[in-house]
Write a protein that binds this ligand. Structure first.
Ligand SMILES: [Mg+2]
Length: 164
């Protein structure tokens, strides 16, 4: 696999980023757009729900949702539960500063497919999304996602986000 940060690994991928923090919105959008993704921002869980359902029922569905957990109006757990209850079956990846023991399981229990801890690191973020995107539309949900919790020691790929 070529370096996912140096090509258009996510070309054509439509990502909904549910995140209330402006700094994280800017940084993650920058990282993802640079590798070809289209990024839609939702500032809270309710707006994320509305956008994902609207897109699903249109000609341009969202490929992957990145879901912050701590958000106003509707938090990431509730937004994810609501989406799953509405039959939304596309990948949802929790992106959260909640990194205590058991927090990953709470995200999975709410209906998330995977979990990325903040501060977000560029390479694991792109690799995880690229992995899901490579299966988009194939109906192949029985694969095991790459381990996103391994420490990435390559400082060049490190991106810092504000923990909110
Ligand atoms: Mg937040």
């Amino acid at each position: 696999m070529t370096n996912p940060t140096e090509n258009f690994a996510l070309s054509g991928c439509r990502i909904l980023f549910a995140e209330d923090g402006p700094d994280n919105q800017r940084l993650v959008s920058f990282i993802l757009r640079r590798v070809g993704a289209e990024v839609v921002i939702a500032e809270n869980g309710q707006l994320a729900f509305d956008e994902a359902i609207k897109a699903r029922d249109s000609a341009k569905p969202i490929d992957i949702i990145l879901m912050d957990i701590q958000m106003p109006v509707l938090d990431g757990y509730e937004a994810t539960r609501k989406l799953r209850a509405a039959g939304y079956d596309r990948p949802i990846v929790a992106v959260t500063a909640k990194t205590m023991p058991g927090d990953r399981e709470k995200c999975i229990d709410a209906g998330c497919d995977a979990y990325l801890p903040k501060p977000v690191q560029q390479r694991p973020l792109i690799e995880l999304i690229a992995w899901y995107y490579s299966f988009a539309g194939r109906g192949d949900n029985n694969q095991t996602a790459p381990n996103t919790l391994e420490k990435n020691n390559d400082d060049e790929t490190r991106a810092t986000t504000i923990k909110t």
